[in-house]
Design a protein around this ligand. Structure first.
Ligand SMILES: C[S@@+](CC[C@H](N)C(=O)[O-])C[C@H]1O[C@@H](n2cnc3c(N)ncnc32)[C@H](O)[C@@H]1O
Length: 235
């Protein structure tokens, strides 16, 4: 997700950029980096189709760069058991599954069965056995308490930023020590670092990121890739 020049200029740490020309240069550079990252690992026809289905349904899937990063961390951690909150049409799920171990299972939760019907078709078209996915329809707050403690390698959160705090609390229980939490859309559409942005979703996200950084028990890092991925390893 693009972070506009005005956003960058509002960053206190980048106060020296409060000059229109430099801001414009920064914005152009940032767009260049974003476009390069999104094109660096091209999506295949299946991911492109899943992305188009998402757009038809009014959903914003992970960017290609964020998807490639999800596949990367799933592969680097040899993830076998992954939880995803926010199935959508399966863009992020397919990226995750392509990085996970061949016997890995993605448990993916979404309140909208219609979205999951599309995702199920996407996973099948990708040649994934039905045993590779556990697709659960329901609200995250109702489903997460039913999942087992301490057995998941990775939890990817990508639903409603107002519910990210509850999802992080659930992830702290679900992840094994050394497991990885990833929060999607962590730039909040470019508003994260804009101090004039006070919408409830962005405010809630800032609080979650602060808690992840400041609380014991997490080893955090912010990956500024495209739409932003906030990551933290469970200690
Ligand atoms: C941005 S889309 C997910 C996109 C998907 N992760 C991808 O990249 O392809 C967010 C999804 O979260 C679902 N959602 C929103 N609030 C939810 C909740 N409280 N519990 C479960 N799912 C929710 C929506 O129905 C939607 O499909």
């Amino acid at each position: 997700m693009h972070v506009g020049a005005h956003t960058i200029c509002h960053e206190r740490s980048l106060g020296s950029l409060r000059d229109g020309r430099r801001c414009a240069i920064t914005a152009r550079f940032e767009a260049h980096v974003r476009d390069f990252a999104n094109g660096y690992v091209a999506e295949d026809a299946l991911l492109t189709a899943a992305r188009e289905h998402a757009e038809e349904l009014g959903l914003a899937p992970v960017s290609p760069a964020a998807g490639a990063a999800l596949r990367l961390v799933a592969a680097a951690g040899a993830a076998r058991a992954v939880v995803e909150i926010g199935t959508g049409t399966g863009v992020s799920g397919l990226w995750l599954l392509r990085g996970m171990r061949a016997d890995g299972v993605l448990t993916t939760i979404d309140v909208e069965a219609e979205h999951q019907r599309v995702a199920r078709r996407v996973f099948a078209s990708a040649g994934l056995a039905p045993s590779r996915t556990r697709i659960i329809t329901g609200r995250a707050r109702d489903v997460l308490p039913r999942l087992a403690d301490g057995v998941y390698d990775l939890v990817f959160v990508h639903h409603d930023r107002l519910e990210y705090a509850a999802a992080v609390a659930a992830a702290a229980r679900l992840l094994r020590p050394g497991g990885l939490l990833v929060l999607g859309d962590a730039w909040s559409g470019g508003r994260l670092t804009d101090p004039t942005a006070r919408d409830p979703q962005t405010v809630a996200l800032r609080e979650v990121l602060k808690a992840l950084r400041d609380e014991d028990g997490w080893l955090p890092a912010f990956l500024p890739t495209a739409d932003g991925l906030a990551c933290a390893v469970r200690r």
